[in-house]
Design a protein around this ligand. Structure first.
Ligand code: PLP
Length: 450
């Protein structure tokens, strides 16, 4: 069978495909056919507004001919080269990335996606420092391969334990809305709040032994675990702790990079230069699969005379590299980072307005086009609309309502994430927010204290 009518996509896929992150009997995939700009369509011609950039990755929007044509050109010229070979897109992309990444990050290892970018960053850090422990945060997701799962702090790692990479220690995030340390004094100043979380980290460094810690790995702005935006001084403080104890700082920019926060990389918001930085998703806007590890020159140089043991058949795949180059050019030509920076306050105002109108909204946070709504049953106790790591009838009903009304959005536990393509206009943003506004009547009904 080499072709299929649209009407049979869903039934045939359900018969023969195995679905990730899913109980197989419960999947309800959207049979998608095509996509353009901030929208995509299913086999029935229904249009969806994409408020999640598919998997938080189509940063430049769908169907951009400039990237598609660059891919076609590359396929015609050289669709594949062995990983040990030098190719034109490989040379160009390395140079381009060195121009847009922070500080003196100037060597780039190309990977297939985000998880293996993190795996390689860990290997590089361990090899460079000769130390083995990695500190990462509880509210984090770093990928689904065994090493990246071990780095992940959230419950997705638990079903696979204990058979994951050893040597990872988790610590707490500076999550102001649900701060562990500040239940009784939530009004604490930002300076002291930041200090408490840096002290917590330093204490863990001391307990674990700085001489055994290779790296601290963190999402510059936490993604699926809650769009946790670090307070002023936190990133700088983590950098200082790393310098004090000769620990490498690894920034995971897989979701937060490539314009998402209104800067090329989220860490640029705090002018901090990590030693290693991982990226994927927005690197190609998902027109082709690609990840990368950016590193400082001294880390690359540590492997001048010793062999770096690692690599995959598809490392530095020319088609993906060509997509990344074209994607960066589109971002530059269309001033997409600047546009996102300008849209940031607009999204923030829309979310704040929603928060004022709906009692089930406990908190909203956003930076650039990276936003979240936290739904609660009671604003005072902050009881979330779902139990920890669970679901609830209200959230399930709300998700259904959003989708029925043509809004594709990611909902994690008791939160809704707003992560649209960065080309979105104010009108399109308002279109999605209006659908959310309507659906919030479902969760509003479950607020216990009015
Ligand atoms: C912050 C972060 N790191 C790593 C990953 C893993 O990336 P991939 O799915 O490309 O392996 C993700 C994916 O969602 C992510 O959000």
């Amino acid at each position: 069978m080499f072709d299929l009518p649209d009407s049979e996509i869903l039934s045939t896929a359900l018969e023969h495909n195995f679905w990730t992150w899913s109980a197989q009997a419960k999947v309800t995939p959207i049979p998608v056919t095509h996509a353009k700009g901030v929208y995509f369509w299913d086999v029935n011609g229904k249009r969806y507004l994409d408020f999640n950039s598919m998997t938080m990755c189509v940063n430049i929007g769908h169907g951009d001919e400039r990237v598609i044509n660059a891919i076609i050109e590359q396929v015609k010229t050289l669709p594949y080269a062995a990983p040990e070979m030098a190719t034109k897109p490989r040379a160009i992309l390395g140079k381009l990335l060195s121009e847009i990444t922070p500080g003196n990050l100037n060597h780039f290892m190309f990977t297939l996606g985000g998880a293996d970018a993190n795996e390689n960053a860990i290997k590089l850090a361990r090899g460079y420092t000769g130390k083995h422990k990695i500190l990462a945060r509880y509210r984090s997701y770093h990928g689904a391969s065994a090493g990246a799962m071990a780095l992940t702090g959230d419950p997705r790692r638990i079903p696979w334990e204990p058979n994951l990479m050893p040597g990872v220690v988790h610590f707490l995030d500076p999550y102001r809305y649900r701060s562990t340390f500040h239940r009784t004094n939530p009004e604490i100043s930002e300076v002291d709040f930041t200090l408490d979380y840096l002290n917590h980290l330093e204490e863990i460094i001391q307990y674990e032994g700085p001489e055994s810690i290779a790296a601290i790995l963190l999402e510059s702005v936490t993604g699926t675990n809650g769009i946790i935006i670090p307070p002023e001084g936190y990133m700088q403080g983590v950098r200082e702790l790393c310098d004090k104890y000769q620990i490498l700082l690894i920034a995971d920019e897989v979701m937060s990079g490539f314009g998402r926060t209104g800067k090329w990389f989220a860490i640029d918001n705090w002018n901090v230069v990590p030693d290693l930085m991982t990226m994927a998703k927005g690197l190609t806007s998902a027109y082709a699969p690609l990840g990368a590890v950016a590193m400082k020159p001294e880390i690359a140089a540590a492997y001048n005379d010793i062999v770096y043991q690692g690599g995959l058949t598809y490392t530095a795949h020319p088609i993906s590299l060509a997509a990344a180059i074209a994607n960066i050019k589109v971002m530059q030509d269309d001033h997409i980072v600047e546009h996102t920076h300008e849209m940031g306050p607009i999204l923030h105002r829309m979310l704040t307005d929603l928060g004022e109108q709906h009692l089930s909204i406990g908190d909203v946070r956003s930076i650039g086009l990276f936003g979240i709504i936290e739904l609660v049953r009671d604003r005072k106790t902050k009881e979330p609309m779902t139990p920890w790591n669970g679901s609830s009838p209200e959230m399930t009903a709300m998700r259904k309502e959003l989708l029925e009304n043509g809004l594709f959005i990611y909902s994690h536990w008791h939160t809704l994430l707003i992560i649209p393509p960065l080309i979105i206009t104010e009108e399109q943003l308002a279109e999605g927010i209006a659908i959310i506004d309507k659906a919030l009547t479902i969760t509003d009904k479950s607020v216990t204290v009015k």
